[in-house]
Design a protein around this ligand. Structure first.
Ligand SMILES: *Cc1c(COP(=O)(O)O)cnc(C)c1O
Length: 433
């Protein structure tokens, strides 16, 4: 090749319809207010996280792992102190051996509840995978019900907000009161921290001894305080969502009051050994670095979410939450008119992902769910939904739940690829363009 020859393009660019690109510009200009708030929260949360690393003297030795029993794992123990501080709690368990959010919630519930105790959900039906844990769907042996733990729930009001009067009534004889912050696969708003604070007050007024446990999945770092700051006793989440910052490879956390964490750590491993055991292998660096990055990564996911809210609204879709309303989590629900639109949108998200972009995702019977589920997650950590991902049970009202996006540039592009896929398959009303 001579100087001056045209260099053949090595890469093919995404082919996005000009009308969609123009609409994207318009959507983005509608995001400026939301972006301002996101930047502010990321700064405050970033400072909080850095402070916790300094206050707890995180050292280079903490980056090393242990094997075997894992006694005296300095990194693990320090990370747990840092999590406790960041989450406004007295204590924390942060373990890669908690295999998912569902597992972390299960360990917490079994640690706190004993035969004859009552569990009450204050925010309606809990997340799908929790139904089998509680024993209200299927008959999995080893459920809470199997161990003689009673369950009841306070349904949400028709507008999807908590029923504070009923919480006061039903919360009276419960040992554990359960709050789910994120929407899960239900069409209701995620709870803000101030709403969680009101629910905690209602539950504690009814029964000062009740243990309030919050499923904090998808909520971490969306605001500048967390459920334990708002009076919750225990808060639980997954490390392949927000607090893992896209870096943690697996794991979960349980934060809360010291005495409750003590009960839970005996269930985590075994009574007596509790938190003293559990080797970290090579996970300390990844978990610590993930938490360090998490406020900024969550901000990327939130910017992507704002873009989704704006552009889908411009295209005539109904989204929840509405653009420029206060958020409680990183999830956006998009009402699709039919299964076809839902499936093409998810396939498009997969096409616009960094990993397995060439794979066509299909609905399947996923363990723990009662309808077929389609999941687009071309993620570096398998199934990580802090990375751009979209999932949906294939059942009416055909709602797509989209979340994540490690960076805004890639999240925004992934969404445009999904819209192009819908356009190519006649799932977009061209009048809207
Ligand atoms: C993700 C999630 C869970 C836990 O799910 P895993 O897939 O087991 O991590 C629980 N509750 C809510 C609201 C969630 O979003």
């Amino acid at each position: 090749m001579k100087i001056g020859d045209k260099i053949p393009p090595k890469t093919k660019k995404f082919e996005i319809d000009k009308r969609l690109l123009d609409l994207a510009e318009k959507a983005e200009s509608g995001c400026s207010l939301a972006f301002g708030e996101i930047n502010r929260n990321a700064r405050i949360n970033g400072e909080k996280v850095l402070n916790a690393f300094v206050n707890n003297r995180f050292s280079s030795s903490c980056l090393n792992g242990t094997t075997g029993y894992g006694y005296d794992d300095l990194g693990r123990d320090t990370i747990e102190k840092i999590f406790a501080e960041v989450f406004g709690a007295e204590d924390a368990l942060v373990r890669h051996t908690l295999v998912s959010g569902t597992h972390a919630l299960t360990v917490a519930l079994f640690g706190l509840l004993k035969t004859g105790d009552k569990l009450v959900s204050l925010t309606g039906k809990p997340y799908d995978t929790l139904e089998e844990v509680i024993g209200i769907r299927g008959n999995a042996s080893g459920s809470l019900r199997d161990f003689g733990i009673e369950y009841s729930q306070v349904d949400l009001l028709p507008d999807g907000t908590p029923d504070l009067a009923e919480i006061f009534r039903k919360g009276r004889d419960a040992k554990v009161a359960y709050i789910q912050r994120s929407r899960g696969y239900s069409h209701r708003p995620a709870l803000t921290i101030s709403m969680i604070s009101e629910i905690v007050s209602a539950a504690k007024n009814a029964n000062p001894d009740v243990i309030v446990l919050v499923d904090n999945c998808y909520g971490e770092f969306v605001e500048t305080t967390e459920p334990c700051d708002a009076g919750a006793d225990v808060a639980v989440g997954s490390l392949i969502k927000n607090p893992g910052g896209g870096i943690a490879e697996t794991g979960g956390y349980i934060t809360g009051k010291k005495n409750f964490i003590k009960m839970i750590e005996n269930r985590l491993t075994s009574p007596g050994t509790g938190r003293e055991v559990g080797c970290s292998l090579g996970q300390n660096k990844l978990i610590a670095q993930g938490l360090f990055l998490a406020p900024e990564i969550v901000a990327g996911a939130l910017r992507t979410a704002s873009f989704v809210q704006e552009i889908m609204t411009l295209l005539g879709f109904n989204v929840l939450p509405k653009p420029n309303t206060k958020r409680g989590d990183i999830v956006t629900a998009i009402e699709m008119p039919d299964a076809d639109s839902l499936i093409h949108f998810c396939k498009g998200i997969q096409k616009g992902s960094p990993v397995d972009s060439f794979v066509s995702c299909e609905p399947w019977d996923m363990p723990g769910y009662d309808a077929k589920v389609i999941m687009a997650a071309g993620a570096f950590n398998m199934g990580a939904s802090i990375e751009l991902s979209c999932d949906a049970p294939i059942r009416e009202p055909y709602t797509a739940y989209i979340q994540g996006g490690l960076t805004y540039a890639t999240g925004r592009m992934g969404v445009l690829v999904a819209l192009q896929e819908m356009l190519n398959n006649h799932c977009l009303k061209t009048w809207a363009l």
